[in-house]
Design a protein around this ligand. Structure first.
Ligand code: DP6
Length: 354
């Protein structure tokens, strides 16, 4: 693993000019969840996590940069789907503040950020992963323009490193497929500063997975994940959670290798319920699931028992349900979803786990 100084470049860039860069980045769904940050550290996870990037759920960001006087304060404007969003600014300024040490060239510019999602606005789908990673990729694109010697591998590593400083899960969105973030003893190259593509053998069944996202609640979450992470610091079960996540990662490595889908499914369901159990037993406590979430989970269990189909759920930090299944079983499963589950959700979003 590189130290964070690896990403610092003391350089005076002589040829800087105005410009525009555009990048696209995916949302992701974690199989083993990042939950909790190390105390007194910036965006260092308590445990290692792994996710699939979602091919059809992405953000496109255009970053317009124009020269400013170095001593003048930076101006940033942000537009989401064409509308100016001043309420996003505190998070964006904090992000620029955190990365300024590693990207000294940012001091030359004012910025206008124009961003759009492929997934419906207010669908309750976390957009911080795709939006922060798209922004980090845009910033690296500027760095590439200023430094033509920059290599692709460094570009991606540093983009992940920067994205992490915006939102932890965003650092996994830099790569397609299965992506790991956070040090785990069994995963070579895994580290806390940036993500890596999952480095071991993956059985073909796990290379073609479909994710049907059931949007059950479109409202913004009452307890944001950033607050939830903080609650882990004094959580009575935090140590057990850490052991559980580490053990799950070890099990997942062998499941991915041998291609045992039912074991995979049980593991991701158990893991997501464990995440929800942590928020339910935090102080203050909270419940992300809605009645329709529970209806769906029971329906999935019943259907699986009766049909023997490989359909399993995972939950993010909210009421929505991700249904994962092999692409070979899609025809029957999708028919069942649209006939039996449609009543419980506001929207359905489909994506290939690429
Ligand atoms: C439950 O990445 O949103 O989705 O680092 O504070 O921005 P911040 O948190 P965030 O947390 C995501 C938590 C999760 C699990 C996961 O994606 O691994």
């Amino acid at each position: 693993m590189k130290s964070r100084c690896f990403f610092y470049k003391k350089k005076n860039y002589s040829i800087v000019s105005n410009g525009v860069v555009t990048k696209k980045s995916y949302s992701n769904i974690a199989l083993i969840k990042y939950w909790g940050k190390r105390k007194n550290k910036i965006q260092i996870p308590m445990n290692s996590s792994i996710s699939y990037s979602l091919e059809k759920v992405y953000t496109v960001t255009k970053l317009i940069y124009s020269l400013k006087e170095i001593k003048k304060k930076r101006s940033i404007k942000i537009f989401f789907s064409g509308k100016e969003k001043t309420n996003f600014l505190p998070k964006i300024f904090e992000f620029f503040h955190r990365i300024s040490f590693y990207c000294s060239y940012l001091r030359y510019f004012n910025f206008v950020i124009k961003t759009d999602n492929t997934f419906p606005h207010s669908s309750g789908i976390a957009s911080s992963a795709s939006s922060m990673s798209a922004l980090a990729l845009c910033i690296m694109e500027i760095e590439k323009k200023l430094d033509s010697s920059l290599k692709e591998a460094f570009f991606l590593k540093k983009a992940s490193f920067l994205a992490r400083l915006g939102s932890g899960s965003a650092c996994r969105s830099i790569y397609p497929g299965l992506v790991v973030w956070g040090k785990h003893k069994s995963i070579k190259g895994s580290n806390n500063l940036y993500s890596i593509p999952y480095p071991y053998k993956i059985h073909p069944i796990f290379k073609k997975i479909w994710d049907t996202i059931l949007v059950i609640d479109e409202e913004p979450k009452k307890i944001l994940s950033s607050k939830g992470h903080q609650l882990m610091n004094h959580h009575p079960y935090a140590k057990e959670r850490l052991k559980f996540a580490n053990r799950n990662m070890d099990q997942l490595i062998s499941i991915l290798k041998i291609g045992d889908f039912p074991k995979f499914g049980e593991l991701i369901e158990h893991e997501s319920l464990n995440l929800h159990a942590m928020i339910m037993t935090s102080n203050p406590y909270f419940l992300w699931m809605r009645p329709n979430t529970l209806h769906v989970l029971h329906k999935v269990w019943d259907f699986r028992k009766q049909s023997k189909k490989n359909i399993y759920f995972t939950l993010d930090a909210g009421a929505n349900v991700h249904l994962l299944y092999p692409i070979q079983e899609k025809k029957v499963i999708i028919r069942w979803i649209y006939s039996e589950l449609i009543y419980y959700c506001k929207k359905i979003i489909e994506s290939f786990c690429q």
